[in-house]
Design a protein around this ligand. Sequence first.
Ligand SMILES: Nc1nc2c(ncn2[C@@H]2O[C@H](COP(=O)(O)OP(=O)(O)O)[C@@H](O)[C@H]2O)c(=O)[nH]1
Ligand SMILES: [Mg+2]
Length: 236
Amino acid sequence: MSNPKSLGNRVGSLECDNTTLHLLKANDFVAKAIRERLKDVCVINVCSSPGSGKTTLMQETGKRLASKLNMAVLVGDPETERDAIRMREAGVNALQIVTGGMCHIEAQMILQALDHINLEGVDVLFIENVGNLLCPSAFDLGEDYRVTLLATTEGDDKPKKYPRMFLTSELMLVSKSDLLPYVPFSVDAVTQDAREVNPNIEVQTISTLNGEGIDVWCEWIEEKVKLKKEKAALAE
Ligand SMILES: Nc1nc2c(ncn2[C@@H]2O[C@H](COP(=O)(O)OP(=O)(O)O)[C@@H](O)[C@H]2O)c(=O)[nH]1
Ligand SMILES: [Mg+2]
């Protein structure tokens, strides 16, 4: 197994003598093709429930990083182009993927979308996944990193309820931290819950409303972009 995220695609595998036929293996195959195509672009898959603040974060990140990095976003929703419009209004190069009711993005959708977005000079490509803590966790989109937002309004007990999402994420962003004084939510408790699922998960606390944590988040992105470029240079 080359990528731990492909674990999710083993659902439905069919044992066959000494070999295993993976019925959903096609997604992994396409994810690999995406990685080969985007060798020097850092790809970050952003997941969460609907309304946790993904699009607002993409808008804010675009503004903050505009002078430092070239960023693009592929954004998935079951219907409407609202999020891509919001991002373009914030000056972010964004393309909407309408899944037609599907609860997640699959690698094939990303591969097709790559032909319709200008990635010339792009350093970081975000994928804003469909709002859902379940299905998106099972689909590797060829990303380098998976980041999951969990808003303070969602409750600090969610990581263990939706373990695969947090198991396959490198970073959990506790969003809407400006609401912490008003909601029963403990950052320590959610961190512990997430780390019992995935001891390696990083945790950052952010608010796009008052700006808390946005600098740390942007530094994290810059560091990951640098690492990807170094990796690409070594492979040349
Ligand atoms: N209080 C607060 N509200 C936020 C924050 N970020 C986003 N929101 C609000 O949360 C709602 C959902 O945000 P959106 O970015 O559309 O979430 P998405 O569905 O995950 O893309 C909107 O009304 C935002 O204005 C934040 O940091 N603090
Ligand atoms: Mg959104």
